[in-house]
Design a binder for this molecule. Structure first.
Ligand code: MN
Ligand code: MN
Length: 318
């Protein structure tokens, strides 16, 4: 593989060679002062139904070899002005969430403190709490932009405080996020508590359920997100089950009636001016995937994240 900061070109190096990093980018140790890093967090034992998202980071990295560096719609080569690298994976402890949380925070903290934007690959959604701890230690309470078919604001699941259904309740209690500038988008499906979406409002969040996204249209939703967040540091967390299971079947707790891959990517692109402090894509479960379409969707969501950073860098905003 060449030493260029550009990914190896498949015109000369076949896509299936030298894989193992996102877009076959260099590893973090080989890049001086990267602007962003890809971080795998393969923890999945806080999932309530299907497990197996521990294999998400490897699956996303594998199919990410398909992504070329030019984002034509955004008008940018993502690795021309921007430097990226693959950190590898956080050393999680399968089955034990508290030591895993410590490991995530310890490993992400130096990245965040160095001004590098982490783009993490899950793992189940419980991991986002520890990512937010690292980010909030530097920035204070951040704005949360949360795409998901679930609100993940339960107080307890199975009598446990830390689960993939509770991270944003805990983040609120720990003062890691500012609910008045945070927004949850895409929630849908059957519920145990019919008032769960009202609970989000009581906690101070703005929640736009999936059917409202349909009514309002994607441009209006994007505008609501931008207005809510303003110029504050923002953490964008993307649960792949936001996307309809027809487009992203490989996930642990799917909900039908979701959004297409095109709708998802075009809405994300509209957020290009937000002041991003970190991102993640979670809940990719390759054992239930078909033709790698879920992993490829997740890889393309990461590509849009990177593209937004690249546009900002190009425009002197970062
Ligand atoms: Mn979730
Ligand atoms: Mn979900």
């Amino acid at each position: 593989m060449s030493n260029s900061k550009q990914p190896a070109s498949a015109l000369s190096s076949p896509r299936f060679c030298n894989t193992g990093t996102f877009m076959r980018m260099p590893r973090m140790k080989d890049v001086e002062n990267p602007d962003f890093v890809i971080v795998g967090i393969p923890f999945d034992t806080a999932a309530s139904y299907r497990t197996g998202a521990r294999f998400g980071p490897a699956a996303i990295r594998s199919i990410s070899a398909m992504i070329k560096p030019n984002n034509v719609l955004m008008g940018v080569n993502v690795l021309e002005g921007l430097k990226g690298a693959d950190y590898g994976d956080v050393n999680i402890t399968p089955g034990y969430i508290l030591p895993t949380y410590d490991a995530i925070e310890e490993e992400l903290q130096p990245i965040v403190n160095a001004g590098i934007v982490p783009i993490s690959l899950g793992g189940d959604h419980s991991i986002t709490l520890a990512e937010l701890r690292a980010v909030a230690k530097k920035f204070g309470p951040v704005s949360l932009v949360h795409f998901d078919s679930h609100a993940d604001i339960c107080d307890e699941v199975f009598g446990q405080k830390y689960n993939h259904g509770t991270p944003f309740r805990r983040a609120l209690e720990e003062g890691l996020i500012d609910p008045s500038h945070s927004i949850q988008v895409g929630m849908r499906g059957s519920l145990y508590d019919p008032d769960e979406h009202k609970l989000a409002a009581q906690l101070g969040f703005k929640l736009i359920p999936g059917h409202k996204v349909r009514e309002m249209g994607f441009d209006a939703v994007a505008q609501q997100i931008i207005q809510r967040v303003e110029r504050r540091p923002v953490f964008l967390t993307f649960d792949i089950d936001f996307v309809d299971p027809a487009y992203a079947p490989g996930t642990g707790t799917p909900e039908v009636g979701g959004f297409t891959s095109w709708e998802t990517l075009s809405m994300l692109r509209q957020l290009k001016d937000l002041n991003f402090a970190g991102f993640d894509v979670v809940e990719v479960l390759p054992a239930f995937d078909s033709g790698e379409i879920t992993a490829y969707m997740a890889a393309n969501i990461c590509f849009e994240f990177i593209s937004m950073l690249a546009v900002q860098k190009k425009n002197g905003l970062r």
